[in-house]
Design a binder for this molecule. Structure first.
Ligand code: CAA
Length: 259
């Protein structure tokens, strides 16, 4: 695996996204590697908890890899979104082995969506979280509109999504988006403490409990379908193809000029 690091200590599996120079952005290869790593971890009877984090001090995951998107055709964009949803985001949410997101820095767009797919979230007090998609002319496409509303309620979710701003770890904690906030140096030990507590419990009962919690949210499936409507994907392609590499400011500017 070229984009992730996998370690195991006792019964805890550590999966670290290792693209610090790209702020751990999710490109196609990384999504595929993560998918495989999560599946293998879930199948391994010796693994009782998984901790997901990003390498470096700056980012957990700064979203989908926009540089890669820029060269995609409409078809490839749609395919990436649909495949990513099924092979990674939904996969993680439905694993029988609990996944703890240790959010060590920026968790933006697809990065926050992946953190929200995890079962538990812990953030360093330096972390910044947000769903900036609408500032790029798209909507969160990896379950973000649904999972954010589930976690923080409709009103707060609307504000975060519609303003496309970033919130601090402390704000995220106050609204229930993250379970705990720690000093950066204490992030992994807090995640490990929770993982070790999980390891003491029945893995079968834990798997069933995750299924039961998720089953209660299943009637939201129409929302997930709406989120992946082709129209938004088309728009994403139309805009992102035109965005130069310093996409962030440029994309906003582009939107202001074209809308
Ligand atoms: N994709 C690809 N590369 C990224 C990236 C991303 N999402 N985010 C950051 N990078 C790269 C930058 O291009 C830069 O690389 P180079 O040095 O080679 O140019 C490097 O990471 C460092 O980034 P910055 O210089 O921008 O760092 P900063 O400290 O000035 O800003 C930041 C940090 C605020 C997180 C800024 O990088 C940023 O806004 N990134 C984009 C975040 C974003 O829009 N994410 C959502 C993408 S859309 C999505 O995820 C949903 C979807 O499916 C469409």
């Amino acid at each position: 695996m070229e984009n992730i690091i996998i370690d195991t200590d006792e019964r805890i599996r550590y999966i670290t996204i290792n693209r610090p120079e790209q702020l751990n952005a999710l490109n196609v290869e990384t999504i595929a590697e993560l998918s495989e790593a999560f599946q293998l971890s879930d199948e391994d009877q010796d693994i009782r908890a998984i901790i997901l984090t990003g390498s470096g001090e700056k980012a957990f995951i700064a979203g989908a890899d926009i540089k890669e998107f820029a060269d995609f055709t409409i078809g490839q964009g749609k395919e990436l979104s649909a495949r990513g949803h099924e092979t990674l985001f939904n996969l993680v949410a439905n694993l029988q082995t609990p996944v703890i997101a240790a959010i060590n820095g920026y968790a933006l767009g697809g990065g926050l969506e992946l953190a929200m797919s995890c079962h538990i979230r812990i953030a360093s007090d330096r972390a910044k979280l947000g769903l900036p998609e609408v500032s790029l002319g798209v909507i969160p496409g990896y379950g973000g509109t649904q999972r954010l509303a589930e976690l923080v309620g409709k009103g707060r979710a609307m504000e975060i999504i519609l303003t496309a701003g970033m919130i601090s770890a402390e704000e995220a904690h106050q609204m229930g988006l993250v379970n705990h906030v720690t000093f950066p140096s204490g992030l992994m030990s807090r995640a490990e403490e929770i993982a070790r507590q999980i390891c003491k419990n029945s893995p079968r009962a834990i798997g069933l409990a995750i299924k039961a919690v998720n089953a209660g949210l299943m009637n939201k499936s129409r929302g997930y379908q709406k989120e992946s409507k082709p129209l938004e994907k088309r728009l994403a392609q139309r805009i992102l193809r035109k965005v130069p590499l310093h996409f962030w400011k440029s994309a906003r500017l582009h939107l202001q000029e074209t809308n």
